[in-house]
Design a binder for this molecule. Structure first.
Ligand code: 1HN
Length: 350
């Protein structure tokens, strides 16, 4: 590969003339934007242990009343992007949100898509598009783009959940904004009852739902049972993974980020396929060691329950269940749907 000319190789007066006309020579920056063989990634493999984060989140509950926060969140920020950018990866925002008994986080809607993965506590609920969705450990709750949502808490203990949004991408697109609203009137019905069994869809009068987001709550009891049932049907070394889908289309639940539930059998070691998309891992149950990248640049984390970590794209990730007696369960968020829509992926070898 030949070295390309540098900016310093050009006469300063020429560079100034270019700048005055909002012009820039490409060749000094070409290798920067198009590096050889592997993309530059700012995303660092990062681990956010829940044990150390939790007291600081509870402290935020003492320091800042909900009225002064609207959403009381500590953002899981990737140092590789700069903490102030509030991004875990190019397209993923992560935050741990605290709601205390009796508190209410008022109704709003916005362009970024969000999901909540419930981490601890009972008695909270999110009302999305008029549907009151109870929140329990491991439940996945969708608040897709444009839908009204608010959070309330009728229980007695603090409730914490992990927010996952495609905010960094939508913000980068200069398309991120919100509208405030009134407390929502609650509609009857629960989609998780309508879509209670895989392979069977409601079709009143022969018509299927055309709702873009027909299911907004994916209870953990269902996902966990489905993983155990899938594991029983697979070989001992097969990956036991489920994807959260829109039951009407079979496609990802949202347009930009993808969500999955993964089970590791006792002692199982799982090398994930290397793709272009960054990934986030949140441990729901058990103990898992995570190896991100290989060799001296590789990083290893030990996830305890409720810990979260992320890995950049184009990087090998290996998960190992630390227990030889019990299964482990992970929630995975990735940028897969976005990359797939854009047709971006690792180049096939020459
Ligand atoms: C948001 O709407 C929520 O509704 C949480 O709970 C975190 C982070 C950035 C932008 C919007 C929520 C958010 C957010």
């Amino acid at each position: 590969m030949n070295d390309l000319g540098r900016l310093e190789d050009l006469p300063p007066s020429y560079v100034e003339d270019l700048r005055a006309l909002n012009l820039v020579p490409l060749w000094p920056s070409l290798r920067g934007v198009l590096p050889p063989k592997v993309p530059t990634r700012r995303t660092c493999a990062t681990h956010w242990p829940y044990e150390s984060l939790r007291p600081l989140l509870l402290k935020a509950g003492e320091l800042t009343p909900i009225e002064k926060a609207e959403r009381r969140v500590l953002v899981l920020a990737n140092p590789g992007h700069g903490l102030e950018k509030m991004q875990a990866s190019p397209a993923i925002y992560l935050g741990m949100q605290l709601l205390l008994p009796g508190e209410w986080a008022p109704s709003h809607r916005h362009t970024p898509n969000a999901v909540r993965m419930v981490v601890e506590g009972d008695g909270a609920y999110t009302t999305v598009d008029g549907h009151r969705l109870p929140m329990s450990r491991g439940d996945l709750i969708l608040t897709p783009t444009g839908l009204w949502h608010e959070h309330g808490h009728d229980g007695t203990e603090p409730v914490v959940w992990l927010d996952v949004l495609d905010l960094p991408l939508v913000y980068y697109l200069e398309a991120s904004y919100h509208l405030n609203g009134q407390r929502q009137a609650v509609k009857p019905g629960a989609a998780e009852r309508r879509y209670a069994r895989g392979g069977l869809l409601p079709s009143p009068g022969g018509r299927r739902s055309t709702d873009a987001y027909p299911m907004l709550r994916y209870p953990w009891t269902e996902a966990r049972a489905a993983l155990l049932s899938l594991a029983a049907d697979l070989g001992d070394h097969d990956p036991v993974q489920l994807t959260y889908v829109n039951p009407e289309t079979g496609g990802p639940v949202q347009n930009i980020l993808g969500y999955h539930a993964l089970m590791l059998r006792p002692g199982q070691v799982l090398a994930l396929p290397v793709g272009s998309a960054a990934q986030v891992f949140h441990l729901i149950e058990g103990g898992v060691s995570v190896q991100v990248g290989e060799g001296p640049a590789g990083q290893a984390f030990t996830l305890a329950e409720a810990d979260t970590c992320c890995a950049p794209g184009y990087t090998a990730v290996t998960l190992r269940n630390a227990s030889i007696a019990e299964p482990a369960f992970l929630f995975v968020a990735d940028e897969g749907p976005l990359h797939e829509k854009l047709g971006v992926g690792p180049l096939p070898p020459a």
